[in-house]
Design a protein around this ligand. Structure first.
Ligand SMILES: NC(=O)c1ccc[n+]([C@@H]2O[C@H](COP(=O)([O-])OP(=O)(O)OC[C@H]3O[C@@H](n4cnc5c(N)ncnc54)[C@H](O)[C@@H]3O)[C@@H](O)[C@H]2O)c1
Ligand SMILES: [Zn+2]
Ligand SMILES: [Zn+2]
Length: 364
């Protein structure tokens, strides 16, 4: 059995997204079908559409979602129909070499649904990040459903499913930001703003927001930035000097690159203090390369890290952050700039490009 619902696909390289009918199979063993209630528009969806992730078109886009479990397949015990869940793209396997060594946050074999959702003509879809939630319903591995308090509105909760979690985790899990630390965040869209909010939550003393758009810097202040730098037109040295100027001349303990370009990475690399940490959370496109003097890599010490999904563990982090939100201690709702319809995703990409929004969230 299966059902036909609406879904938003990127059919081929750089063509506009299309709203089409898709076929969602009934859940098999270990799978769940989720009725999607809301799904945020993330920059990674645009990366998919532009061929920046891989070439497995057609993609079923959307991956920052919350909804209600509709049905589960054989052997599923962790969730049941009616549960309010956030979808995650880290359903840990428990068995790979990373899980076995107690590092499930790096799991190298995360679970997705085994069956494929398809177009009406049978063409198999590649769901973005194994989720595909710009759709009325989606088929996922049951482990991709993380149950949270249903008091949180779906458009708000869903954002934890990707960008906001990636940003918070980049700062506090990967970067290890804690009380009294200084942090600079380059790129203050949804991901960067979340890194700022996470740093405030963790007790960072100085939080420096860097962006080329003053509107993003204004929001960054609302999320907890103590200093802002508009880097439009500035060279690398000027950005680095501006960071040093507010960190006693030394640089920040942690610098998060939430853009993912060679120039922002170098700003991060030189903008941190000696023995500091660079965290790359922005996703570079495959054409980009980085050149650095090896002596500087050695001489500046510290660590250069990438942050996959904020090194989060959904089962640990989603319920905790939802609870903090419901207690008024974490402003998750402020990431939602607007709610839109499922037919408005191209407009949302345009608004993302022009910097008008932190997050547009599709409500279904
Ligand atoms: N690592 C992960 O697990 C993960 C998860 C989600 C998203 N991402 C990636 O994070 C990045 C940011 O995503 P987003 O949704 O916040 O995007 P976004 O488009 O909302 O924000 C990007 C921000 O960067 C700013 N910017 C662009 N060029 C800049 C520059 N040269 N210097 C300073 N600021 C600059 C823009 O003005 C904008 O505010 C994307 O690459 C996305 O794919 C990574
Ligand atoms: Zn694993
Ligand atoms: Zn995302």
């Amino acid at each position: 059995m299966s059902q036909t619902v609406r879904g938003v696909i990127a059919r081929s390289l750089k063509s506009p997204v299309e709203l089409v009918d898709i076929i969602v199979p009934d859940p098999g063993p270990g799978e769940a079908v989720v009725k999607v209630q809301a799904c945020g528009v993330c920059h990674t969806d645009l990366h998919y559409r532009e061929g920046g992730i891989n070439n497995e078109f057609p993609f079923l886009l959307g991956h920052e979602a919350a909804g209600i479990v509709e049905s589960v397949g054989e052997g599923v015990t962790e969730v049941a129909p009616g549960d309010f869940v956030i979808l995650n793209w880290r359903a840990v396997c428990g068995q790979c070499r990373s899980c076995r060594r107690g590092r499930p946050q790096y799991c190298f074999n995360t679970h997705n649904a085994t069956q494929k959702m398809t177009l009406i003509d049978g063409t198999e879809l590649s769901p973005a990040l194994g989720i595909g939630a710009f759709a009325d319903k989606t088929l996922v591995a049951a482990g991709q459903c993380t149950k949270v308090d249903h008091a949180a509105p779906a458009p708000v909760a869903g954002l934890l499913g990707c960008g906001v979690m990636a940003g918070i985790g980049a700062a506090i899990n990967t970067g290890g930001v804690g009380r009294g630390d200084s942090i600079a965040v380059i790129g203050c869209g949804g991901v960067g703003a979340a890194a700022i909010a996470g740093s405030r939550l963790a007790g960072a003393a100085k939080i420096i927001a860097i962006d080329i758009d003053d509107r993003k810097l204004a929001t960054a202040r609302e999320f907890g930035a103590t200093h802002t730098i508009n880097s439009r037109g500035l060279g690398q040295d000027e950005v680095v000097e501006a960071i040093q100027a507010v960190t006693d001349g030394f640089g920040a303990d942690v610098v998060v690159d939430a853009v993912g370009r060679p120039e922002t990475y170098k700003q991060a690399f030189y903008g941190r203090d000696l023995a500091g940490t660079v965290v790359l959370v922005g996703v570079p496109t495959p054409d980009l390369t980085l050149e650095l003097p090896l002596i500087d890599v050695f001489g500046r010490g510290g660590s250069l890290k990438s942050s996959w999904y904020g090194d989060c563990l959904p089962s640990r982090d989603f319920p905790m952050l939802i609870d903090l939100f419901l207690q008024g201690r974490f402003p998750l709702d402020r990431f939602v700039t607007e709610t839109i319809g499922i037919e408005d995703i191209e407009d949302a990409f345009d608004k993302m490009h022009s910097g008008d929004v932190l997050r547009s969230v599709v409500v279904l």
